[in-house]
Design a protein. Structure first.
Ligand code: HEM
Length: 158
């Protein structure tokens, strides 16, 4: 039997391909696409280098990313609630993009971190569980599984 070799994510060049694939799917998605296309008016060619820096830093520590990743989501959420289902869809598309191209420890870390950051973002935006009105200043803190976005970014090389 023939075995096709699917390589792990090995650096920035791989991330560029995965991310373009992910954002192409995300922009076209009926659920989360409008956040990019209608609400933010995202320019993919401007977004991709930044998000590649973000992921290159998260996975390999070989890039600098000093921008505020939370602020654009807070602005979006104020314009239209970003729900658990929206974040769930994001995770589904991210998983599909990674799995479609790579296999290995870095691919697993990319998926796990995407999921953790999605959870942290959602909790920080909504102040706790579900899609409640939030934010309560301390809701969510001390709860098992709660990871502030900043901490996720700092710990992400682990
Ligand atoms: C439903 C889920 C999400 C939606 C709809 C969404 C949408 C957006 C939009 C519209 C922007 C602004 C892009 C622009 O500059 O026009 C943005 C920025 C960003 N997003 Fe998300 N996002 C989601 C989840 C996530 C998750 C889970 C991560 C973590 C991996 C993430 C990482 C980022 C980062 C790092 C930026 C900032 C890029 C910069 O430096 O400007 N997003 N997002």
């Amino acid at each position: 039997m023939k075995h096709s070799v699917v390589a792990d994510i090995s650096g920035r060049a791989d991330l560029e391909v995965v991310l373009r694939r992910f954002y192409t799917a995300a922009f076209a998605d009926r659920r989360i696409g409008p956040f990019f296309t209608d609400l933010a008016g995202t320019d993919l060619d401007a977004h991709l280098p930044r998000i590649t820096d973000f992921w290159e830093r998260a996975l390999f520590r070989t890039a600098h990313y000093r921008r505020d990743a939370f602020a654009p989501h807070a602005a979006l959420h104020a314009a239209r609630s970003m729900t658990a289902a929206d974040f769930g869809r994001w995770v589904q598309l991210w998983t599909a993009a990674v799995d479609g191209l790579h296999r290995g420890p870095n691919a697993e870390r990319a998926k796990a971190q995407g999921e953790r950051i999605a959870l942290a973002l959602h909790k920080r935006l909504t102040g706790g569980d579900g899609d409640g009105p939030g934010p309560g200043p301390l809701r969510g803190e001390g709860r098992v599984g709660f990871v502030p976005l900043a901490a996720v970014e700092l710990r992400s090389a682990a």
